[in-house]
Design a protein around this ligand. Sequence first.
Ligand code: ARG
Length: 462
Amino acid sequence: MSNDMWGGRFLSDPAAIMQEINASIDFDRQLYRQDIRASQAHARMLAAQKIIREDDAEAIVNGLDTILGEIEAGTFTFSRKLEDIHLNIESRLTELIGAAGGRLHTARSRNDQVAVDFRLWVRDALDALDGEIARLQLAFAEKALAHAGTVMPGFTHLQTAQPVTFGHHLLAYVEMLARDRGRFADARKRLNESPLGAAALAGTSFPIDRQATAKSLGFDRPTANSLDSVSDRDFAIETLAAASLLAVHLSRFAEEIVIWSSAEFAFIRLSDKFTTGSSIMPQKRNPDAAELVRAKTGRIIGALNALLIVMKGLPLAYQKDMQEDKEQTFDALRNLSLCIAAMTGMVEDMEPDAARLKKAAKAGFANATDLADWLVRALGMPFRNAHHVAGRAVRAAEEKGVALEKLTLADYQGIEPGITEEVFSVLGVERSVKSRTSYGGTAPANVRREAKRWLKQLKPRG
Ligand code: ARG
């Protein structure tokens, strides 16, 4: 017979190339834990519903435990001829326990089997990710508290804009990551329904108990429509969409690390742990980890695109096209975890050069807005006029080759006679950040409070 598992009506073996394009065992073997768990739940339910005998169910459950041990010990032989993880495990089960093994596949199909396995796998990945992102948030928040008062230039258009604090900049990422965790949590909620028991596409005539299998696998409820159950890959797509957005956030910070650690900026120093040397240029300390985080974002977004495109033309219900969902998802989420871990290491590891940051904050007329704001406050000028006056002061300073605080009072009064000595009190960068006390602003006191709020929320209790 051509195939032990489904070869009844087949007379010859598949072509070698057919086996190669069709077999998914090389990657879906990663589902072994979920597959075994779901099969054990299914077998117990079959016995409870008197669809199979209690002793057969027991043999199945024990046989599956043996297989779990074999796979984890690396002694299990995976066969491409058996296509996928489901048939590989079932075939071994029958080898181990005999005819009872053949009863496991009663009232189910590989279509609901793969749907439940894959959901469980994505759910496990989501649960792991949540803790990993929380650890990254913690690293950001700790560094932010340490540098709540470290002044640096804030940028728009990558042009020096206004002074901010290093801690404030880092806390921006804590907020982004919180939204990312929220998106994953939402995806998990929608994912958490069990497709097991939808069978091939139409449900089954056996008196199965889908509530029971759903409950024992930690699902909130069974899915309501058998066609939808075996056709739906929203849960993977939604997860990849949230993963893509998280990856974009990580990539933006990676880009900042690359810029900040360059010799030209030298805002931060990454230790030897997260840099590499050049084989030819001895002075180099390349931020490879950050660059790879930036690059892997492309691959994660690629997986989202791939899956959307795989699904877009598929009529209901299961189509073999859907086998292409797993490799992309496994790869994307594995790489996402790697990026989060590398980023956590880099954040813990990076040290800002406070003196250099302050100098940079003072350069580039980052305090021009403070001057304009003072003109509004002290002289009652409309902001638009104040902006012009401050602009002329910047031009004067530029011509003299000095910073705004180094212009003389006479220089200022030449531009606007109403200006007094008091103006110098707002031109220091420290004063500038201290004054930004509006809710969500960069004042060190705000940053300290926000960092502490996050730390309280994120620190593992105990
Ligand atoms: N290996 C398949 C997949 O990943 C399992 C489902 C196969 N179902 C089928 N009717 N051939 O999609």
